[in-house]
Design a protein around this ligand. Structure first.
Ligand code: BG6
Length: 476
């Protein structure tokens, strides 16, 4: 058998994309609550506070806040061993800078984790998944302020202490490296609560915010060790491997340079210091990234226990190309379409072999356990008259990726902890705010404008995934 006996099969979501109840139980607004709905090629608007008459899809999400028991029962029916979600920071600290947590918010997650555990499902929790308190973004400029380190560590310590007997697996910042793409403001906003001012260099601002996050992440790891030796804290990076377009040595070097943008974040999380290439880049560009005495020690001491990562697609770069393709969400100005792979309706390149490649690259580089905490196929699903949905394309996508991940374990010896496909139940898309970009095994009756009954129904992939789990990945 390729996968370990206790392999963590499950599904993944994030609080702001499913919970709804955006102002219930004392929750404060988060950065996700001021983002309107967009579409493929139409950016989401980030408004100044909540503006009447605008539609904010995350306000209601799929109402998991009130429906979680029914949803967890469906996850249990599929045989989930784990469920990855996040804690909405602003449910616990509505503004972010309070000393005392909001008990109603804490109680909600107590109940949620108890419900999971009742079904034998291990909670896997991200501390910050694009949903920091809006107040911190507005009043402090988000993570550009060093003060936010203290607020985050207080929040992280509060929840890890509270749930230490219920939650073993934690991750600090979701896809911390997304914000390397500063051409689309959504990434700096959601990762760091940062908006750039006229005349600022977004990249320099980004590196400063990231430094604060990396210090905060390391402090959270250190805090976890004091709270309980059982806790495992990972990082979470978006792994979009970059291929050279050709074997031209210049393309190869361009690939190496482009991958620095991906490695920088995981390098600090896993090795406890910045790569030499990063320091050289800052020197070359004249960036002044402020660090305090003691930061280097904190980074060195707070390295992660495992690497959580998302994998959806690969990218390719070609020398001489210098044009941003706005539809290539994970690309750079040197990115080109890879003629060997197809793409989804949203332009995400479908490349299962790229997952095996990623697993190899990450494991060779860090030799830490790996956890695929997101992978999935966003597609337009059509419901049949009898309520079923034939999402064979999703089965094909996930099946092909599971086969490659199996090879990485069986043939390459990668230490893989688990697999949680993204959006195991339909949810609000992060990049576009749409509902029609669906990932789930479970269909949710809701459209892009917020109409629908929110009723849940099983897609064809539901029974398929149930069988994958039941056979521990032997029948795909
Ligand atoms: C990852 C995020 O970027 O990809 C999720 O961690 C997100 O929050 C997922 O939803 C898929 O992206 P999208 O834009 O299709 O929802």
């Amino acid at each position: 058998m390729a996968f370990k006996e206790n392999f963590l099969w499950g599904g993944a979501v994030a609080a702001h994309q499913i919970e709804g109840g955006w102002n219930k139980g004392g929750k404060g607004p988060s950065v996700a609550d001021v983002m309107t709905a967009g579409a493929h090629g139409v950016p989401r608007e980030i408004t100044d506070g909540i503006v009447e008459g605008k539609y904010y899809p995350n306000h209601e999400g799929i109402n998991f806040y009130e429906n979680y028991k029914e949803d967890i029962a469906l996850f249990a029916e599929m045989g989930f061993k784990c469920f990855r979600t996040s804690i909405a920071w602003s449910r616990i600290f509505p503004k972010g800078d309070e000393l005392e947590p909001n008990e109603d918010g804490l109680k909600f997650y107590d109940d949620l984790f108890d419900e999971l555990l009742k079904h034998g499902i291990e909670p896997v929790v991200t501390l910050s998944h694009f949903e920091m308190p809006y107040h911190l973004a507005k009043e402090y400029g988000g993570w550009r302020s060093r003060d936010v380190i203290g607020f985050f560590v207080h929040y992280a310590t509060t929840v890890m202490e509270r749930y230490k007997d219920k939650v073993k697996y934690w991750m600090t910042f979701n896809e911390i490296n997304n914000q390397k793409n500063t051409t689309n403001p959504i990434f700096l906003w959601t990762c760091s609560g940062v908006k750039c001012e006229e005349g600022e260099n977004p990249e320099e601002v980004m590196y400063q915010a990231v430094h604060h996050e990396l210090v905060a992440s390391a402090l959270a790891v250190k805090a976890a060790r004091n709270i309980s030796p059982d806790l495992q804290v990972g990082c979470m990076v978006a792994m979009v491997p970059i291929y050279p377009y050709s074997c031209n040595p210049d393309d190869m070097m361009l690939q190496v340079e482009s991958m620095h943008d991906r490695w920088l974040f995981a390098d600090v999380h896993c090795r406890g210091h910045y790569g030499a290439y990063a320091l050289k880049e800052w020197e070359r560009k004249g960036y002044n990234i402020k660090m305090e005495p003691g930061d280097a020690e904190i980074l060195a001491e707070g390295t992660v226990d495992y690497i959580g990562f998302s994998y959806y697609m690969s990218d390719a770069v070609k020398t001489g190309v210098n044009e941003i393709d706005p539809t290539n969400i994970a690309g750079s100005s040197a990115s080109v379409k890879n003629p060997h792979v197809k793409a989804s309706d949203w332009g995400w390149q479908i490349d299962p072999v790229g997952l095996r490649y990623s697993l190899n690259m990450l494991y060779e580089r860090y030799e830490l356990p790996l956890f695929i905490v997101e992978n999935g196929f966003g597609a337009i699903d059509v419901k049949n008259e009898d309520g079923t949905c034939d999402d064979d394309y999703r089965i094909d996508y996930l099946g092909a990726h599971i086969k490659e991940m199996k090879k990485a374990v069986e043939l390459d010896g990668v230490d893989l902890m688990g697999y949680t496909p993204w959006g195991c139940i339909d949810l609000v898309s992060f990049t576009t705010g749409e509902m029609k970009k669906r990932y789930g095994f479970i269909y949710v009756d809701r459209d892009n404008e917020g109409n629908g009954t929110l009723e849940r129904s099983k897609k064809k992939s539901f029974d398929w995934y149930k069988q994958v789990i039941a056979t521990n990945g032997e029948e795909v």
